[in-house]
Design a protein around this ligand. Structure first.
Ligand code: T1G
Length: 644
């Protein structure tokens, strides 16, 4: 035994698993746990066993790194059955998170107790599989079908207090978990033991329940939640053994699916992104006090996100009226959280107490970090940094939120250019997870490390990008839109292109999305480039904007919109406007349309890699998934074409 240690507390055995970093259930853990049950059953002096974990968490589920390999005995369902059939009752003592196979192991125990900060969950569907060790068969027997359907099809963990209410755990404790668990075991031994979970009754549910649950599960957009629901339903209509066989078959079928491979790819990419090897031993600079220049949508979003992460925020605007508007914009963000029940009124007041507005840059004299989020015009931005260069500490990190301008041009002439960096947030900045981190050639390593540390503090997904027009995400977006317009020019219907991308898994197609966001934003960028003498070809979008069709805000863009109705309607006006640019009409199967457009994104991604703008293909996938709505279960454009 190397991963399990046992100590005796009188007639209670305490088994501790220590398999860092998250006590994932590897083949070795399954083997040792299976043997330990037999070993302790054979000890007449042991009357109960507490299973507890060292480190940050209880068992966090099957070791995802083993998913690509053939399953090896003992299989996890057998380990769970072995625990449940033990003569000596086991008590799972949960801290951190009991997830997936970890919670299935806890259900094999006779009792489950959790510290108040713990969570329990069955997140398998987020990895494109379903629980494979009785999660869809024991959970409904333990806590009822509704709880099981919610836990399994959403994949969302449940906090300990709610889990207690739902019957997923038997007690919630605070203080020393091991001591509480031993005391709980002693008390439990004094009474009759509960029936093992697999032996508990499970009644079928009315058809209407399943129809509603199916409709909800389908919203996820991919198959795993629906297959998980089917497995729970099967368990309510068959005996335990048949249900376990059905669940295992479904699990093994999904485990080898493209969807599961894509979701595992994103899972590991998300965990690698915040920890670039090159920054491993570099300490970031402090960022306890943050200045934000500009209180518009972006600036307020950034200020709200920083305040939510506990930073002191100073919001700078050009005059008192703009300051008031900016603070009101930040307040609205917290009002939203209060309305959703995520924040109390006192919490809102505390948040806003940490945000002060001013027109005086001198207020930034002690700021650790200043993020500029003003109008996307080089002159305006350079004026801001000229002022910041005068008033801020020499070691204060100065960042621009520019989407399209060259950060080097913004920082030209700035004293201590090593402290300057691009931090490209996505709107709404307090919600969108993607943060493109754009160093200039002068940016110091510890300033780059500060960008990544800020991302971690804001719970954002950081991706380092090199300098080019649009960095990674907006450059690919431009190529994606151009390819979609090329299909329109070849006679493919606008509505078919959007439908194809929705079928692929996007919430919206490229044309619907432009109508929602406004065609004029990209139009103004192109016009700006043309004004600078760049040779920018006329796009179909240009034609529409010049005709006053900017999208939903003008009741017409790529589509028409009836008064007060946001449903896109194919537009005869657009057909007439584009008549000179469209040759004939072409029916292309939707999968082919999607393949064309995803292929264009990936081709641009390969150019981005060749130019060193992105560090790795999985970074491009993360940008697309976290910034542009690329369906996670497709893994991103580079994964989709097998390049990641
Ligand atoms: N397997 C392997 N490695 C894992 C892992 C797992 N399940 N979970 C995390 N890691 C690694 C991760 O890659 C990172 O590695 C390190 O641990 C810290 O992770 C049969 C089949 C547990 C809440 O889906 O949700 O059970 O980068 O940065 O923020 O029905 O990790 O340091 O080298 O995320 O403290 C179900 C997934 C599996 C849980 C901790 N379980 N993990 O969060 O740390 S399927 C899950 C998490 C299953 C059964 C089925 C989180 C966490 P490195 P981290 P964290």
């Amino acid at each position: 035994m190397t991963l399990l240690t046992v100590r005796r507390d009188g007639d209670i055995a305490v088994v501790t698993l220590d398999n860092p970093p998250v006590n994932a259930i590897s083949e070795a853990v399954r083997k040792e746990l299976f043997e330990m049950v037999g070993q302790l059953d054979a000890d007449p002096d042991v009357r109960a066993v507490v299973l507890i974990c060292a480190g940050r968490t209880f068992l966090a589920g099957a070791d995802v790194r083993e998913f690509g390999k053939p399953p090896v005995e003992p299989h996890l369902p057998d380990v769970v059955d072995r625990l449940e059939a033990a003569d000596t009752p086991w008590i799972a003592a949960i801290h951190g998170a009991a997830l997936g196979g970890g919670f299935e192991i806890a259900m094999g125990c006779r009792f489950r107790i959790a510290v108040d900060s713990a969570r329990v969950g069955l997140p398998e569907v987020t990895l494109g599989v379903i629980p494979g060790a009785s999660g869809t068969v024991r959970t409904p027997r333990l806590a009822g079908v509704e709880v099981a359907v919610d836990l399994v099809t959403s994949g969302r963990p449940m906090p300990a207090a709610k889990a207690l209410e739902a019957g997923l755990v038997d007690a919630v404790v605070s203080g020393d978990l091991e001591r509480e668990a031993v005391a709980f075991a002693r008390k439990a031994l004094a009474a009759d033991l509960p029936v093992p979970v697999s032996k508990r009754p499970l009644a079928p549910m009315p058809e209407a329940f399943w129809q509603a649950a199916r409709k909800a599960a389908a919203k996820a957009g991919h198959q795993a939640p629906l297959r998980a629901l089917d497995s729970i339903r099967f368990a309510t209509e068959h005996d335990f053994a048949e249900a376990m066989a059905h669940e295992r078959e479904t699990f093994l079928d999904l485990r080898g699916s493209d969807e599961a491979a894509a979701l595992r790819h994103i899972f590991f990419a998300e965990r690698a992104a915040p920890k670039p090897a090159a920054l491993k031993d570099i300490a970031p600079r402090p960022f306890g006090t943050v200045g934000v220049i500009g209180g518009g949508t972006m600036g307020a979003g950034i200020a709200g996100a920083c305040r939510e992460a506990g930073m002191e925020v100073i919001l700078i605007e050009r005059d008192a009226e703009a300051v008031a508007r900016g603070l009101a914009n930040v307040g609205k963000i917290f009002d939203g959280a209060v309305k959703r029940g995520k924040l109390s009124k006192e919490g809102r007041a505390e948040r806003m107490a940490g945000v002060r507005g001013s027109t005086d840059y001198a207020e930034l004299a002690q700021a650790d970090l200043v993020i500029e989020a003003v109008f996307e015009e080089i002159g305006v931005k350079r004026a801001v940094f000229a002022e910041l260069g005068r008033v801020c500490r020499a070691d204060a990190v100065l960042a621009t939120n520019t989407s399209y301008l060259d950060p080097r041009a913004i920082a030209e002439g700035l004293p201590h250019p090593e402290r300057f960096i691009g931090l490209h947030f996505f709107s709404p900045a307090h919600i969108m997870k993607l943060l493109e981190i754009v160093p200039t050639p002068d940016t110091a390593d510890d300033v780059l490390a500060t960008g990544f540390a800020l991302a971690r503090a804001l719970n954002k997904m950081p991706v380092q990008a090199g300098i080019c027009e649009g960095f990674i995400g907006n450059r690919i977006l431009k190529r994606y839109r151009a390819e979609a317009e090329a299909l329109v020019s070849q006679g493919v219907a606008i509505s078919e292109i959007d439908a194809a991308m929705r079928d692929y898994g996007f919430r919206m197609g490229p044309f619907e999305a432009q109508d929602l966001g406004g065609l004029d934003i990209a139009f103004l960028q192109r016009e700006g480039a043309r004004a600078e003498g760049q040779d920018v070809a006329e796009t179909l979008g240009d034609i529409l904007v010049r005709a006053g069709r900017k999208g939903q805000k003008t009741a017409g863009g790529w589509y028409d919109y009836a008064e007060g109705d946001r449903t896109p309607q194919p537009s005869d006006a657009v057909s007439k406007l584009l008549a000179g640019r469209v040759t004939g009409s072409r029916d292309l199967p939707r999968p082919e349309i999607a393949e064309r457009l995803v292929g264009a994104m990936a081709a641009e991604g390969q150019a981005i890699l060749r130019e060193g703008i992105a560090q790795a293909p999985q970074d491009i996938d993360l940008v697309e998934v976290h910034g542009y709505g690329f369906p996670r279960w497709k893994g991103g454009p580079m994964f989709a074409i097998g390049k990641s």
